[in-house]
Design a protein around this ligand. Structure first.
Ligand code: CO
Length: 189
């Protein structure tokens, strides 16, 4: 294919030598030939495996982490380390503030980094009645409920749901919180 295009370009260039008008098309053909086909097609991520429900209460304390949040748009950590040795892992989100979920609600959602922004946008679209999350999106690995001051909610997932070759994030999908409320989820030994 490349050889063919090179020959084609050479031919066009040869032709353009005879005609001033043909010079422009030849230049643009060269530019097009250097762009790989289909590059614009979205390759965000491979289909996520169907999430297996895990009861957070069944997960041991050494395979759990508590993430705190409050009346500000931030989590108290920017990285969640998931031990590979854990069959399942639990994250508890604790809202230590006093503002209600309607004005300063938070959730904690885990998904591939490539899917996070779209899930957050979708969450805003789901509105308050939907808890600012489209929980049916199969790209979500796990998520807590939306909590307000004094409340907490836990999520749990099978560690095998995390692809060791992919990057994951945790984030909040309450409107306008995504930019400052996100961190990395990393598999560790
Ligand atoms: Co939030």
């Amino acid at each position: 294919m490349k050889t063919y295009l090179a020959l084609l370009s050479a031919t066009i260039l040869a032709l353009s030598a005879c005609s001033q008008e043909a010079a422009q098309p030849a230049a643009s053909n060269d530019a097009a030939a250097s762009v790989p086909a289909q590059e614009g097609a979205s390759a965000a991520s491979s289909p996520a495996p169907v999430a297996e429900k895990v009861d957070p209460a069944s997960v041991s304390a050494d395979c759990s982490v508590v993430v705190e949040t409050g009346d500000q748009m931030k989590f108290n950590m920017n990285e969640i380390k998931v031990k590979k040795s854990c069959e399942a892992f639990k994250v508890t989100l604790k809202h230590t503030g006093s503002m209600p979920a309607t004005s300063m609600g938070h959730n904690l959602v885990i998904a591939k980094a490539d899917d996070a922004s779209a899930i957050a946008s979708e969450g805003t679209g789901a509105g308050p009645d939907g808890g600012y999350l489209n929980a049916d999106n199969p790209a979500i690995v796990a998520h807590t409920d939306l909590v307000g001051g004094g409340q907490e909610s836990s999520l749990a997932f099978k560690t095998s749901q995390l692809d060791p070759n992919a990057s994951y994030k945790f984030f909040c999908t309450f409107p306008a919180h995504f930019a400052s409320m996100q961190g990395d989820v990393k598999l560790v030994d």
